[in-house]
Ligand binder design. Structure first.
Ligand SMILES: Nc1ncnc2c1ncn2[C@@H]1O[C@H](COP(=O)(O)OP(=O)(O)OP(=O)(O)O)[C@@H](O)[C@H]1O
Ligand SMILES: [Mg+2]
Length: 382
């Protein structure tokens, strides 16, 4: 395990769970690897076996056959309660104990681990702050005195209490409004930046899966893995109509949202210095059969002006006396969706990309279209 990865790898091998009296297994011969420090999102219809798979991982239920390896070790060789202390579990629909205060709910595992009272109190305070609930207000409240979203935060705090390397989160943000939900998602991503847990996260919301997942597993009945890949790959090349159904109507828009400008082929235009001769720039544009040149400032390499071929006809003097200022730029970290937004906002048909203050190339509508086509092509070849 490297220093900056707090999580451990989980391997499911030919995992099967058959509930007594059920014709079909709830989990049917599932094999997958969940890499250390990743968020893997399970997406699948109701009854497909997502909760069952989670409960197999922390041994709340035992498999009919197959193996679970956690950090390379057979989970069945550990005591179930010992195992569960290393796996935080956020239960579908909250699952706080109603007769216990917020603090007592969070302290369940630390108490089992026999931490002293001071350490427990400090940890509770730290966790409440982490999930955005003021300790002075919330420690002594009971779950019924909290909103749904607040209860879910406490659920997340409880799962994190003993700093487990693995977190299982079963629709943890299901019961909250879209705004609170987006906030909880952002908080989880910020926490994950810091903690690098191995997280298995269940949702019915594909947008949530795209936002949170390092990888998404699209599951069908029996937890059968229909596709298991990075969000961009699933969006670019859904395995079949079942996966397409989960993505919904605007897969291409979603792909724009998960692709960064730094990762695509940019367009290039003629770049010139401010003092370059306008007539010469005009000739060069004509030779290249191009319409736009970008003027970079002296030294720094920042794009400062656009000039177009038409207005340089019969021009003389320095090129910086012509054209117009660059009004909008984007960074390599911008998503293609942000690039599109910038294009629509700008007066120009091109938006320069600036990385570390230097000009790197251009995005046009055509660049975006080409990038999507090439992502699809690449995903298909994989
Ligand atoms: N204790 C049980 N006894 C018998 N069958 C069960 C039991 N728990 C779940 N099942 C069945 O196993 C299948 C998988 O259930 P599971 O709860 O894992 O689905 P899920 O994917 O989590 O669904 P949801 O999205 O609705 O939460 C379902 O057909 C369900 O009816
Ligand atoms: Mg479930």
């Amino acid at each position: 395990m490297s220093d900056d990865v707090g999580g451990v790898q989980i391997d499911l091998r030919n995992l099967t769970k058959r509930y007594p009296g059920q014709a079909k297994p709830a989990v049917d011969d599932v094999t997958m690897t969940i890499q250390a420090g990743e968020i893997v999102v399970f997406v699948g219809p109701s009854g497909s076996g997502k909760t069952t798979t989670m409960k197999l991982i922390n041994r709340l239920i035992e498999p009919t056959s197959g193996e679970i390896l956690i950090n390379g070790e057979d989970a069945r060789k550990k005591k179930a309660d010992e195992l569960r202390r290393h796996i935080g579990y956020v239960i579908q629909a909250g699952g706080l104990f109603p007769h216990m205060t917020v603090a007592d709910n969070i302290a369940i595992v630390p108490r089992i681990l026999k931490w002293d009272r001071k350490r427990i109190a400090e940890r509770v305070e730290e966790l409440l702050t982490m999930v955005g609930l003021e300790p002075e207000i919330y420690t002594t409240r009971y779950p019924r005195q909290l909103s749904g979203g607040q209860q879910q935060r406490v659920g997340v705090a409880r799962a994190l209490a003993a700093d487990p390397p693995v977190l299982l989160m079963d629709e943890p943000f299901g019961a909250v409004d879209p705004i609170t939900r987006a906030k909880l998602q952002d908080e989880l991503l910020a926490l994950q930046d810091e903690l690098s847990k191995t997280i298995v996260f269940v949702t019915h919301d594909f947008d949530e899966a795209v936002k949170l997942g390092d990888r998404i597993a699209v599951l069908a009945e029996g937890s059968r893995i229909v596709q298991y890949a990075e969000p961009a790959e699933i969006l670019a090349n859904p395995a079949d109509d079942f996966v397409r159904g989960f993505i919904g109507e605007n897969g291409a828009m979603k792909l724009l949202n998960v692709t960064r400008v730094a990762d695509i082929d940019l367009d290039q235009a003629l770049t010139v210095a401010p003092e370059a001769d306008a007539a010469e720039v005009h000739r060069e544009l004509a030779d290249r059969d191009e319409h736009w040149a970008v003027v970079l400032d002296r030294g720094a390499g920042r794009p400062v002006r656009w000039v177009n071929r038409e207005e340089l006809a019969d021009a003389s003097g320095p090129v910086e006396d012509f054209g117009g200022p660059v009004d909008v730029t984007i960074s390599g970290r911008s998503t293609l969706q942000e690039a599109l937004e910038a294009l629509l906002r700008s007066d120009a048909e091109l938006v320069p990309v600036v990385v570390k203050r230097r000009y790197r190339g251009l995005v046009t509508l055509n660049t975006v279209q080409q990038a999507i086509a090439s992502l699809r092509e690449k995903a298909k070849r994989r």
